[in-house]
Design a protein around this ligand. Structure first.
Ligand code: SF4
Length: 330
């Protein structure tokens, strides 16, 4: 039986605005199985990066986790831990590789000095073991450890800094690694090299992770399962194979239709009209309805819940699935 590494329940994150609290993450729930990578996709501003911050209880101010649980089985609900317990928890149990890892590196310290500081922050008396692991991880990540560990961040290329970010994230052997758009700022070659390394670590060590991106091509290469977010809500979850071979939610379908074609007419790729709404407070209706070509009366009157699609390994939040409704033209 599969083991659950992370369970998120009814997570709500809000940011205050002059018009009222903006709902960046709206009752998001999911489980992450150990040894799998879940791709979290959606347009910019859909809340996927806010979910990443919430997994470490580090939502940037003035954002706030209003309700929900972030439960790491065997450890407990992160949101109920003391500040000191949370500080020790981060990086040891869950670590994040951000889009611009160079921004998380201290420009005034050599990489090996930053590793020593990490050892001190995590109460390790002797940083030697950590430096030895850094040396071995560097080789794994195809970095020249003698050069990289003694370098200042500005002496490394963008691709090297991103691999250093992955090395630092792996250093304390966390249970879960969250990749937040880790390849977006890289050129094509560096991007492919970083993806290959992630795939290798996943295949050889059973890496458990969440890969956040707006790039469907990338997610199809690394993810075992995929969750689609729209306007703060999770609207579809399925295995990677299922979602790429037949997305159920009209928004997921639109994302796939927007992908450029490698064969046939390239103009068949269709952009998605309109933009996602800014959600202020509770909205008990489908948030995709203004952009949906299948909109029905019920979509304006109630909120579709994420339900299991009969006979498939997919969950979808859309009235087209699992409920008999009369379709009306819009
Ligand atoms: Fe479209 Fe209605 Fe489904 Fe929303 S619930 S995606 S508006 S069909």
């Amino acid at each position: 039986m599969s083991e659950i590494a992370l369970s998120v329940n009814n997570l709500v994150v809000e940011f205050p605005t002059d018009s009222g609290p903006l709902r960046a993450v709206d009752r998001v729930s999911f489980e992450l199985e150990r040894g799998t990578i879940m791709g979290l996709i959606g347009e910019s501003g859909c809340g996927k990066s806010t979910v990443a911050f919430a997994l470490l209880n580090s939502v940037p101010t003035p954002g706030q986790i209003v309700s929900g649980q972030v439960d790491y089985p065997g450890v407990g609900d992160l949101l109920k831990m003391s500040d000191e317990a949370q500080r020790l928890f981060r990086w040891q149990h869950v670590a994040v590789v951000f889009q611009a890892s160079q921004n998380t590196l201290n420009p005034l310290r050599r990489i090996d000095e930053q590793i020593r500081e990490l050892a001190t922050a995590h109460r390790m008396r002797d940083p030697k073991a950590l430096l030895e692991r850094a040396d071995s991880l560097c080789r794994r990540l195809r970095l020249d450890s003698r050069r990289v560990l003694h370098a200042y961040p500005h002496q490394l290329s963008g691709g090297m800094k991103q691999r250093v970010g992955i090395m630092l994230a792996l250093l304390l052997q966390p249970d879960i690694l969250v990749f937040d758009e880790p390849t977006t700022a890289l050129d094509g070659l560096s991007q492919e090299s970083v993806l290959q390394i992630i795939r290798e670590i996943h295949d050889e060590e059973g890496l458990t992770g969440i890969f956040i991106t707006h790039d469907l091509g990338i997610v199809s290469e690394v993810a075992d399962t995929v969750a689609v977010m729209y306007a703060g809500r999770m609207v579809e979850r399925a295995s990677s194979h299922t979602i790429f071979s037949g997305p159920k939610h009209p928004y997921s379908q639109a994302l796939m239709n927007a992908l450029p074609r490698l064969s046939g007419d390239p103009h068949l790729a269709r952009g998605l009209r309109g933009s996602p709404p800014k959600v202020i407070g509770d909205q008990f209706k489908c948030l995709f309805r203004d952009r949906c070509e299948y909109r029905m009366e019920v979509c304006d009157q109630s909120e579709p819940q994420l339900i299991q699609v009969a006979g498939e390994d997919a969950q979808v939040a859309c009235f087209l699935h699992g409920k008999e409704v009369e379709r009306v033209s819009v």
